[in-house]
Design a protein around this ligand. Sequence first.
Ligand code: SAM
Length: 296
Amino acid sequence: MNAADPTPGAVRIDGELLWARTVLTDAGIDSARADAEWLMAATLGVDRGRLLILDDIDPAAARRFRAAVSRRAARIPLQHIVGTASFGPAELSVGPGVFTPRPETEFLVEWAMRHVPRDTDVRIVDLCSGSGALAIAIATLAPNARMWAVERSPEALEWLRRNVDDAPGDVSERVVVVAADVTDASAVGAAIDPGSIDIVVTNPPYVPTTTEVSPEVAHDPAEAVFGGADGMSVIVPMLPVIADLLRPGGVFGLEHDESTSVAVVSAAAGIAEITDVAAHDDLTGRPRFMTGRRRD
Ligand SMILES: C[S@@+](CC[C@H](N)C(=O)[O-])C[C@H]1O[C@@H](n2cnc3c(N)ncnc32)[C@H](O)[C@@H]1O
């Protein structure tokens, strides 16, 4: 079948989805079926679940769908094609220049929510905020949270500001965007009072530069993905900044590469103000998170 020229007249959705599934599988995409459905749903502007009750689409929509499938077959990330990424309760605009949030990072949302008090206000910082995924998801779930989202990249800051502005309810009034380098204690301290923060979450760049990444990951900005030869080039200088921000008893959670769990735990344990350092596995059993607390 010619990708650019579907049959004239009404086109059957199930046939289009089957074609797309084959094209995407041949392109080496594991999630071919789901991706085909997401692309069809985005093309038609409907929820994915609604595809079940639709039979036909018009030829113009079929052409748009096939163009989207061709882009995905070229290994452009699904989220760049549809323009959004879901992350917990948040729907974020994403595209070139910003890191696409990943589902595994939702561990930090769940972990942070366990530390959010019910009755009092809470002050939370998201370091290396990117699209604002963590800040916006947590602020959405915790109406008593005041958040600071810290990011350095000018391109990512544009997406971050847009996502904060577009967030539902009063989220945009409770999330402050800070343009700063998270390894620069004085820049961060000038925007956020040191010793005043209850919770810090962070998903910094942490992939060792020698790691081969998939074609989709190559669409994320390199400065969002790679953390130097050992994956620690941002984490190590950021840890004292985290310790400075936290109030006594305040807690932090950090995502890292599975190969650096021991190094990350030992770097945190080497900071006098930090205690209760613990490693955590992701859902597939890989050590991907570290948490700790500022001494009382
Ligand atoms: C892995 S991405 C995470 C983005 C977002 N938190 C998420 O989970 O989807 C890391 C982010 O850190 C930013 N970044 C890298 N180095 C930084 C630094 N020294 N200071 C501030 N932000 C930095 C990158 O631009 C990128 O947006």
